[in-house]
Design a protein around this ligand. Structure first.
Ligand SMILES: *Cc1c(COP(=O)(O)O)cnc(C)c1O
Length: 421
């Protein structure tokens, strides 16, 4: 089974107001989520891995052999978690999730390192965020460490077959839904937590063009739930992103308020590297978490931590200037002005799904703002964004320059296939 999180050298973050806000079921007398009770039913019909490998398409519909499920009711608490064959489950047409969007999810990946080991990247942060999202929409709380252990077991079981090649990865989707079969608009009394693994295309997307939202559509607002990974954030944004795609853009850059504050790009966090007008210093800037408009991305945090640790000292990286790292509100007009004055250096978006992707252009008030992204990286990232991306990749795939304390190594001997039934 998974080593305890402490022995992995990672503590759950306690940044107030962000991922680890609510507590677990500590005070409840009902059973909490308990990975040690996991029951195992291996699939009698193993699927075939596509000849071209597991992450060739954008269809996002290829899943592995198994999934984790666990039901909860307000009378029983968390029931026995199960590792079962991937497949459909039944819910009633009256289920709360189908009417009131009582759903939240996580997005993480399992990576096959160049040293052939399987790794999860900071899974504790995803589990803590899932707890926060769940309680935001009245889904039951759980001990996030137990969720990590369940995810560990699933990837230990399916990772061997589905990720044979170093450098490959799949996407992991923990999900919680309210299955309570009643139409009353009320806090659900039954829920289902499940975890599935899905193929995802390779990491090296081309630079993106973004359309700034400029008030015709708003993603999140103060007092809302933009900071939680709840399904309700995504459905209502699809018309706007579809329209942007029809106009030749990859994503919306969501602005907020009359000031046109920059928030996020699609479902990823957004970063700008510019030269500060007054100090002339290079600054990596991104929107803050304080007003709860944006999602506290694990990639965002990791980008900020790596940049602070490795790029803020002069001469730390050969050929790179030292930079300042800033989390504050900033407006699209500031970005436009920086472009006009030749102070705009790089732009990129960061999230688990598409990793770190250069942004080459943002269309704002009918004008194209161009991000130079100077460098020789094949993916179009500039030298700074590219360096951060490389360190993240080194971490995920077990290379020398990675941060070893950020990963959980999976011992594949823990596969359910090795377990006596
Ligand atoms: C998932 C998500 C992100 C990225 O978060 P990561 O933890 O880095 O994957 C950013 N913004 C939104 C709105 C998201 O849903």
């Amino acid at each position: 089974m998974a080593k305890t999180l402490e022995t992995q050298g990672v503590s759950l973050d306690t940044n107030p107001g962000t991922v680890s806000e609510p507590l677990s079921t500590k005070n409840s007398a009902l059973p909490d989520l308990d990975a040690s009770k996991l029951t195992i039913q291996l699939t009698p019909n193993p699927k075939e891995v596509p000849a071209e490998g597991f992450n060739p398409s954008w269809r996002h519909d290829l899943t592995t052999d198994h999934m984790i499920t666990c039901t909860w009711t307000d009378e029983t608490g968390w029931q026995t978690p199960a590792l079962v064959p991937y497949g459909p489950f039944q819910i009633m047409p009256t289920a709360s999730v189908l009417h009131y969007a009582t759903e939240c999810f996580e997005g993480m990946k399992c990576y096959r390192g160049y040293d052939n080991k399987l790794r999860l990247f900071r899974p504790q942060l995803n589990a803590a965020r899932m707890l926060m999202s769940s309680t935001r929409i009245a889904l039951p709380p759980f001990n996030p460490e137990e969720l990590v252990k369940l995810i560990y077991k699933l990837v230990a079981t399916d990772g061997g077959k589905w990720l044979p090649k170093p450098g490959s990865f799949f996407y992991i989707r923990p999900t919680s839904i309210a299955t309570h079969p009643a139409l009353g608009v009320q806090k659900p009394r039954e829920a289902l937590l499940y975890v599935i693994c899905c193929a995802f295309p390779t990491l090296d997307a081309k630079p993106m063009k973004l359309l700034a939202s400029e008030g015709q559509a708003v993603r999140a607002w103060p007092g809302g739930w933009g900071y939680a990974k709840v399904g309700a954030n995504y459905g209502p944004s699809l018309m706007a992103s579809d329209e942007a795609q029809k106009q030749g853009f990859n994503q919306i850059l969501w602005l907020f308020g009359e000031e046109n504050y920059v928030t996020e790009a699609g479902a990823s966090n957004f970063f700008v590297l510019w030269r500060n007008k007054e100090t002339q210093k290079l600054e990596l800037i991104t929107a803050p978490l304080t007003d709860k408009l944006i999602l506290d991305g694990v990639t965002r945090r990791s980008v900020l931590e790596l940049a602070r640790e490795r790029l803020t000292k002069a001469g730390a990286v050969e050929g790179l200037e030292e930079i300042e790292v800033v989390e504050r509100k900033y407006t699209m007009d500031e970005v436009a002005l920086a472009a006009e004055e030749g102070r705009l250096v790089e732009g990129f978006a960061a999230g688990t799904a598409f990793f770190v992707v250069a942004v080459s252009l943002v269309s704002y008030k009918g004008k194209d703002i161009i991000f130079p992204n100077k460098g020789t990286n094949a993916d179009g990232t500039g030298v700074y964004g590219g360096a951060i991306k490389k360190w993240l990749k080194d971490t995920m795939f077990g290379n020398e320059e990675g941060k070893k304390e950020w990963v959980m190594v999976i011992d594949e001997k823990d596969s359910a296939y090795n377990q006596q039934q």
